[in-house]
Write a protein that binds this ligand. Structure first.
Ligand code: AMP
Length: 987
């Protein structure tokens, strides 16, 4: 224990606060001795032990000395050993009588009336340290000895000494220098502060310090059900054995209240105390109860809740009832909703309203889509305090349902949905909305060609567009107007090197929409235009080293083509053709992100940038092509946190890899359909770069089926296939060709809804031999088993080749994730398909489904069903489950029921499916002897080969008629295939 200095003692003495009484612990007391004391007397004629009586006539053992007639007395009396019991300071209480010298005749001069108590550390009177405690004189002396006690005048003196630190104890000695006295009683004791409970803390019994001014610190500990309020908890024990200066304290914890006796009592049932401290338990607030003692909070009764900011002493409240009297006023494509407050506000003052918007397709009963992201709410759609809202940017002629919910501070606590009132409205006819942007497709010195996407809200079928433009310098005085039937126009008759401000507006039966904002486009100057042409010429001239005739022939041919192209290709790197692709006007068309010069521009046009602080990564789901795929959670402002999948781009990527990685988001962000995986957004402004999509609990379809082999009724599998077909129908409508439709790229959510995913383009762009699913071919990798023969042979990827893949997915689904064509090699698969063999029906597969697969695997792609046909076929099966009862026979490699009328290539012709260069082509034809001549003449690409004529061949030195025929037959065959390809689908 620490001992405070006297200075500290002095400082704290002012605030001295005495607590419990000091305890005196006696270590020696002659009054309790029953036998002789046996103290040592020296010299022998000095002190002598005598039995006597005290003032109460109790028998006591005393020592006397009275050698007053002899001079030079020095009589010592040594006590037995006194155990100090760890005390550092002890007290000696001496009761004695002294005879006054004046009453004794003839002793004047040698008689004394004092004696000296001395503390001794060992047994010997002559050795060791010895200290005089004091010289003691009698307060009272007596003149006449009377051992009957009646005339005795007894003195009591207390002396203390310390510090005692050495040894277990000490002897006391009494020195007489010539007095006539009796030692009636000697008591030795020390002092201590008693154990005590103060401020809800317990302090143990504590010995006083070595000095009478010492303060000894004692640490306290909180009593049961109390907790520290301030630390350290201390009391000081002073030299008199008294507690003083309390520091720190404990107090009763939550659920307990203090009583007067420094005890913490549990709150009785029906009461609570929510905090630690001096307060008392309170009655439970209305609509709440506590069923056990020591409650810190009263739980709300059923149907009542406490809001996030409510205090424990607040009343429990309930959710509001639904709003009332909801009315709507429709104005073209806007609607104003008004309502009255609910009858029951749940006894709270924080009532607000949320408005939900749903668009329901009349063709598909009950198929409603949330439309909150596409329309505008004023003043807002959540947390409305007022009783009205205006919703604009609705589609024209469209049925909507609005739900107005009443919400208060406990709505989020209730397990039930918020009470709401719904209203159905149908919007009116309205003019189309603005064309958002225009792009310059090409430019010459006298014209430029523009393209634009349709308005976000066409509000009907777009009949045509009106383009207004004027020379920037004319400040709009002479503006011209032209009409265009589609989303693009060529403005001609312009001045060279001039800037024109252009606007466009769309027209429906409801009239014209507003003009778009003005955009500035420039024609080329004459010099720029000539130099563009010149560059193309010199490029071609430099590449041809054959004779002048060939140069001019080929150059002229190419110049003609290039001139035609130049009109289209100057500035063409930013090309965006908003063609309607044969679909109805206004249908959204997929835009290839690689037409953007800057990939960031594409990703930000189609994907929302998400603050990485809103994203929580939880666990790894698998490995994607560019980095890990994680499960996580996304908390967007004003929305509930929900689970998401997070694709990350691993560190150390190249700029190209980043662009390819983000291209998937740019593609996915253009789609909005329940069977297409939904993009939530991207993180591109911090590392790691992420693509965040909706989370699909059951993961990839192929492994999901393998895990659940044979467990689903056929109708359920058909339902899943219907979902995939519906997603693909949407993609085909958008003119998007997937190219890698396979069960591994379908994701399944917890409701077994299948969604098409994996829109990455990279696998077409990079050669990677490590994945056997994708086989390298001319310009990209192809998943052979899933791919239509024309796509394998000459990369003719179309929605019809996606239909072939869909047939394979159907086979995968019906066989619960079996590998198509089992362990056959890719080449064997290609050969088998070429010989009109097809996969047999999986076990227990309904005949109609196998027939559907065979339809998808028609060699003639035009004979294959389209995705809308597949959706209706599957719908028919679902409506008429009896049709699924007939099971197909399970034979290997049935030829298709309607064999493809065309062979993929002429039987006699060489196989060109693996040809990727002019050299390959010549060796496939066994004509490598012409290699140098072809390469030397600049015929270095397969596209130049397709332009070869008999004359060209003669100039290239191919003079044998048989060789010319063989080469030209092959050239014709390649032309046929290339004619089949559409430019938007080539990679
Ligand atoms: P991917 O990069 O698309 O090939 O993704 C790799 C793996 O991550 C897939 O095979 C799935 O198992 C998993 N995965 C990807 N996206 C999701 C998602 N949206 N929800 C759940 N799992 C996913």
């Amino acid at each position: 224990m620490a001992v405070a200095s006297p200075a500290t003692w002095a400082a704290v003495a002012l605030c001295l606060m005495s607590t419990a009484y000091a305890v005196e612990e006696t270590v020696m007391d002659t009054r309790t001795a029953t036998a002789e004391l046996g103290w040592i007397s020296f010299p022998a004629n000095g002190w002598e032990e005598v039995s006597g009586y005290d003032e109460n006539l109790n028998t006591i053992r005393t020592y006397q000395v009275c050698n007053v007639f002899e001079p030079s007395q020095n009589n010592w009396l040594l006590t037995t050993y006194v155990d100090r019991r760890a005390a550092q300071r002890v007290y000696v209480e001496i009761r004695f009588t002294v005879r006054d010298c004046a009453s004794i005749p003839s002793v004047l001069g040698s008689c004394k009336e004092t004696f000296n108590p001395v503390s001794e550390s060992d047994h010997s009177l002559s050795e060791g340290p010895r200290r005089r405690v004091d010289t003691i004189a009698a307060d009272e002396s007596f003149s006449q000895v009377d051992f009957g006690g009646r005339l005795m005048k007894v003195n009591t003196e207390v002396r203390s000494f310390g510090p005692l630190s050495r040894g277990r104890g000490f002897h006391l000695a009494f020195q007489d220098l010539g007095a006539c006295m009796s030692l009636l009683a000697v008591r030795v004791f020390y002092k201590k502060c008693p154990s005590v409970v103060q401020n809800f803390a317990f302090f143990p019994e504590t010995l006083t310090g070595a000095e009478s001014t010492s303060l000894v610190i004692a640490r306290g500990s909180c009593i049961a059900s109390a907790e520290e309020l301030d630390v350290p908890i201390k009391l000081y024990c002073n030299g008199d054995g008294e507690w003083m200066v309390p520091i720190g304290s404990c107090s009763c914890k939550a659920g307990y209240e203090p009583d007067k006796a420094n005890v913490c009592q549990a709150c009785p049932q029906g009461t609570f105390k929510s905090f630690q401290g001096a307060g008392l338990c309170q009655q439970c607030p209305p609509n709440s109860l506590s069923t056990a003692e020591a409650a810190t909070l009263c739980g709300c009764r059923n149907g009542y809740y406490r809001g996030d900011v409510d205090k424990p002493e607040d009343t429990c409240t309930s959710v509001p009832s639904a709003p009332r009297n909801l009315v709507s006023v429709v104005n073209e494509t806007s609607v104003v909703l008004e309502w009255s407050p609910p009858r029951d506000t749940g006894h709270r003052g924080d009532l607000v309203y949320n408005v939900l918007c749903r668009r329901c397709h009349s063709s598909e009963r009950r198929a409603c889509q949330s439309c909150e992201d596409s329309v505008a709410f004023s003043p807002g759609r959540r947390g409305l305090r007022g009783d009205h809202v205006e919703i604009s940017k609705l589609r024209a002629h469209t049925a909507y349902t609005f739900d107005v919910q009443a919400i208060n501070g406990v709505s989020n606590k209730s397990p039930y949905p918020a009470q709401q009132l719904s209203i159905n409205i149908t919007t009116n006819q309205a003019a189309p909305s603005l064309v958002p942007i225009m792009h310059q497709v090409s430019s010459t010195s006298r014209s430029f060609s523009l393209s634009w996407p349709p308005p976000e809200q066409p509000n009907g079928i777009i009949l045509d567009y009106e383009i207004r433009f004027y020379d920037k310098l004319s400040a709009g005085v002479n503006s011209s107007v032209v009409q265009s039937g589609g989303p693009g126009a060529v403005l001609e008759g312009l001045r060279p090197g001039t800037g024109y401000l252009v606007q466009v507006r769309a027209r429906t039966v409801a009239g014209y929409g507003a003009f778009s904002k003005e955009m500035l486009f420039h024609t080329l100057t004459d010099d720029e235009y000539k130099s563009e042409l010149g560059q193309q010429l010199s490029l071609i001239a430099g590449s041809l080293v054959c004779g002048v005739v060939i140069v001019s022939l080929v150059a002229i041919a190419i110049i003609c083509t290039r001139r035609r192209q130049l009109k289209e290709s100057v500035y063409g790197d930013k090309l965006q053709q908003y063609t309607t692709g044969g679909g109805s006007p206004g249908v959204k068309i997929y835009i290839d992100p690689f037409t953007y010069e800057d990939p960031n521009e594409a990703v930000h046009e189609f994907a929302k940038e998400i603050d990485p602080n809103c994203v929580k990564i939880e666990e790894v789901l698998g490995a994607g092509e560019f980095g890990e795929v994680y499960k996580g959670r996304l908390k967007l402002v004003g929305k509930k946190e929900f689970p998401v999948a997070i694709k990350t781009l691993k560190a150390g990527y190249s700029e190209r890899q980043r662009r390819d990685f983000l291209s998937e988001a740019s593609i996915m962000g253009q789609f909005d359909q329940p069977n297409i995986i939904r993009l939530e957004g991207v993180v591109t402004k911090s590392r790691p770069t992420m693509i965040i999509t909706e989370f699909m609990e059951n993961g990839a379809l192929d492994s999901f089926l393998r895990r659940n082999d044979g467990t689903f009724p056929v109708i359920q599998l058909v339902g899943m296939l219907r979902g995939i077909a519906s997603g693909m129908r949407y993609l085909a409508e958008m003119s998007y060709v997937h190219r890698d439709l396979a069960a591994r790229n379908i994701l399944v959510n917890s409701n077994l809804v299948c969604k098409v995913s994996d829109f990455g383009l990279s696998r077409y762009l990079e050669e990677d031999a490590s994945d056997p699913t994708y086989t390298s071919s001319l310009g990209g990798k192809i998943p052979v088993r899933w791919t239509a023969p024309e796509a394998i042979a000459y990369r003719k990827f179309t929605s019809a080749s996606d239909v072939w893949s869909y047939g394979i997915v159907t086979w995968e689904v019906m066989s619960y994730g079996e590998r198509p064509y089992w362990d056959m090699s890719n080449q064997d698969v290609i050969n088998a398909i070429e010989q009109d063999f097809r996969l047999p029906a999986p076990m227990d597969c309904p005949l109609v489904l196998h027939q559907l697969m065979l339809d998808c695997w028609q060699k003639d792609r035009n004979a294959r069903p389209k995705f809308p046909d597949l959706v209706s076929m599957l719908d028919k099966m679902i409506r008429n489950p009896g049709s699924l009862k007939t099971v197909a026979s399970h034979e290997l490699f049935l030829p298709p029921s309607r064999p493809s009328p065309h062979a993929l290539l002429d039987r006699g012709a060489p196989d060109l499916s693996s040809v990727s260069s002019v050299e390959d082509w010549l060796s496939a034809l066994k004509m490598t002897q012409y290699r140098d001549s072809f390469v030397g003449s600049g015929i270095n690409s397969l596209s130049l080969i397709t332009q070869l004529t008999t004359e060209d061949l003669q100039r290239l030195g191919v003079s044998l008629a048989g060789h010319q025929k063989k080469i030209l037959t092959s050239v014709q065959s390649m032309r046929d295939h290339i004619d089949d390809q559409s430019p938007t689908e080539s990679l």
